[in-house]
Design a protein around this ligand. Structure first.
Ligand code: AMP
Length: 231
C-alpha cells in the first residue's frame, strides 16, 4: 500500500480542475536540502516566488503543531527540543496530508524534508522530484548563524544579532527559537551528518543534486539558485 493509505498522489497524471484529463502535464517538485541554518527557509521564500510552487517546511508545520498543542505537536515537541529527528511515520503522514491540498497540484518546494532515507523513499513514491538544491555551509559557520538567529514573531522575518541586526524599534519583541542554543545546535548538526547528509549521494546517483555554495551572502546564494532555475 502507498504511504497515503492507498490514495497515491500521482503528480504525473492529474485530472484538471474542470474534470478533463491532462495527460501531457508533468508537474514536478523541488527539494531544498542542507544542514540546519544553511538558509533554506530564506531561500525557499525566494524560490517559491520564482517558481510559484508552495513552500512546504516540515519544521514550520511542526512548530505550528507544538504551538497549537495538537496531538502531533505533543508527540514531536521533545524530539525537536533535543535536536533529534521526529519519527518518520509522523513526518510522512504530515507530508502526505499536506500534499492532498489543492495548492500542491503543480508540485511543491520541500524545505527540510526529506531528512532520512525512509522519508526520501516514501517521497519518491508519491511525487516526481525535478531537482534537489543542496545548500552547503561548513559547521562552524552554521553554529555562528543559528545561535545568533532571532525572529520577529509578527512579520516572521529572520534577523541575526551580528549579520542582520533588526531595527531598534522591534528589538524588544524578537524571539529566539528554543532549539537555537549551542547544545541543541550541536545535536542537530550531529543528526544531520548521521542521518540526512547521506541522502545527498543518494540524490546525486539519480542526477538530481544541484550543489550550491551557501557560504555567501543571501543575495549571492539566491542569484546562484535562480541561475540554475532559469536554465
Ligand atoms: P527545522 O526548522 O527544519 O530545522 O526543524 C526543526 C526540528 O523539527 C528538527 O530539529 C527536527 O526535530 C524536526 N523536523 C523538521 N523536519 C523534520 C523531518 N523532515 N524529519 C524529522 N524531523 C524533522
Amino acid at each position: 500500500m502507498g504511504i497515503c493509505g492507498g490514495n497515491k498522489i500521482n503528480h504525473k497524471n492529474r485530472f484538471t480542475y474542470d474534470g478533463g484529463y491532462d495527460g501531457t502535464t508533468m508537474t514536478t517538485s523541488i527539494v531544498l536540502f542542507g544542514p540546519p541554518g544553511a538558509g533554506k527557509g530564506t531561500q525557499a521564500s525566494k524560490i517559491s516566488e520564482m517558481t510559484g510552487k508552495p513552500q512546504i517546511s516540515t519544521g514550520d508545520m511542526l512548530r505550528i503543531a507544538v504551538s497549537e498543542a495538537s496531538d502531533l505537536g505533543a508527540k514531536a515537541q521533545s524530539y525537536m527540543e533535543s535536536g533529534i529527528l521526529v519519527p518518520d511515520e509522523l513526518i510522512i503522514e504530515l507530508i502526505s496530508n499536506r500534499l492532498k491540498q489543492e495548492d500542491a497540484i503543480n508540485g511543491v518546494l520541500f524545505d527540510g524534508f526529506p531528512r532520512t532515507l525512509n522519508q526520501a523513499i516514501a517521497l519518491s513514491s508519491i511525487v516526481d522530484i525535478s531537482s534537489v538544491i543542496s545548500i552547503e555551509v561548513p559547521d562552524e559557520e552554521i553554529i555562528k548563524r543559528i545561535v545568533g538567529r532571532r525572529m520577529d514573531p509578527i512579520t516572521k522575518e529572520i534577523y541575526h544579532i551580528s549579520f542582520k541586526p533588526a531595527p531598534d524599534e522591534i528589538q524588544g519583541r524578537l524571539i529566539q527559537r528554543k532549539d537555537d542554543n549551542v547544545e541543541t545546535v550541536m545535536n542537530r548538526l550531529k543528526t544531520y551528518h548521521q542521518q540526512t547528509s547521506p541522502l545527498s549521494s543518494w540524490y546525486d546517483d539519480q542526477n538530481l543534486l544541484i550543489p550550491i555554495d551557501g557560504n555567501k551572502s543571501i543575495e549571492e546564494v539566491a542569484t546562484d539558485i535562480s541561475k540554475f532555475l532559469s536554465n
